[in-house]
Write a protein that binds this ligand. Structure first.
Ligand SMILES: [Zn+2]
Length: 319
């Protein structure tokens, strides 16, 4: 069966557990009300006695007696309902009215379980985010050149503006924020700022998926051919923020290119933000990917060009 994979079983287990706790909580509240209101047990007793008596009257064909009993039971039930309502407890309500907390609807996994599975995938991925290494507060502008171009703009000035842009973007993030494309050579801080955004957005409580292009697309391909439920692919399409690191370094196949297009296109249509960074220039992107991918990026993404020299080399040589 398709759902028989680790994440779904884990999600089902979580669902069962929370349904059990929810039921236990209801029962406990009910028990407390019963212990404070002895009348309730009396009513229950009467109701079950009436039920038994009504069965006998029905067998004997005593319609009049049956009606009388039914009337009595109705009054008792109303009285009970009034006491319970006054005590602030209504009928038991399952957490999910769709599946009645069974986890399945007509033999298929209920959406409430799928949602838990998605959250599991996302939190597993988020745990792998190196949260403490690449933050806004340890991003240094000191390595960027200060020599100005003809417009009086130095790489350092440009990067200071990009830094502010990224910080504001992360602070004001909503699941409807714009999509971003970071361009620029290696070692200019694209990954650092992508991670800093991802970390802050996670801290705001949103679901973020972060991965290198090779990793993400490889996982999607593996899942596709495993015939498991596409839980990872779904999470990539539906998470609040998707960060694709180092686009262009993956081993590109027809499959990976069409998966990439699907991700970019689906998320744009759904107004869900994606952050992509790449060492490729825009014309290299156009060359490597189909025109439909590059035109989506050009039309739907806010593009930021990183400038400067390779920081990693500068740091290593101490210049
Ligand atoms: Zn459900």
């Amino acid at each position: 069966m398709g759902y028989r994979n680790k994440t779904y079983e884990q999600a089902l287990e979580i669902k069962r557990q929370s349904a059990k706790e929810h039921r236990a909580e209801f029962d406990k509240t009910l028990e407390e009300i019963y212990s404070k209101t002895p009348r309730l047990s009396v009513i229950d007793n009467e109701l079950s006695k009436n039920g038994a008596a009504a069965a006998i009257k029905a067998i004997n064909g005593d319609i009049e007696g049956l009606e009388l009993l039914r009337d009595k039971s109705r009054k008792l039930s109303n009285e009970k309902q009034k006491i319970l309502t006054a005590a602030g407890i209504g009928d038991f309500k399952p957490l999910c009215p769709v599946c009645n907390d069974e986890g399945f609807v007509k033999g298929k996994l209920c959406d409430c379980v799928k949602l838990i599975a998605k959250e599991l995938v996302i939190s597993e991925l988020n745990e792998k985010l190196p949260l403490n290494t690449s933050r806004f507060n340890n991003f240094s502008l000191s390595y960027y050149p200060t020599d100005e171009d003809e417009n009086g703009i130095s790489p350092k000035k440009r990067m200071a503006a990009i830094f502010d842009f990224c910080h504001t973007y992360a602070k004001n993030f909503t699941p409807k924020s714009e999509s971003l494309l970071f361009l620029g050579g290696a070692g200019l801080g694209k990954t650092h700022l992508s991670l800093a955004i991802g970390s802050l957005v996670i801290e705001k409580g949103y679901g973020v998926i972060y991965g290198s292009a090779g990793n993400l697309l490889g996982k999607i391909e593996k899942e596709y051919f495993s015939r498991n439920e596409p839980e990872f692919s779904d999470a990539v399409l539906e998470c609040d923020l998707l960060i694709i690191d180092d686009l262009g370094t993956e081993f590109a196949t027809q499959f990976s290119n069409s998966a990439l297009y699907n991700i970019i296109n689906t998320r744009l249509l759904a107004d869900k933000p994606t952050l992509i960074n790449t060492n490729l220039s825009f014309s290299e992107l156009e060359e490597r990917y189909t025109a439909r991918i590059s035109s989506r990026l050009a039309g739907g993404y806010t593009i930021k060009k990183f400038l400067g020299n390779d920081i990693r080399i500068l740091k290593a040589t101490g210049k």
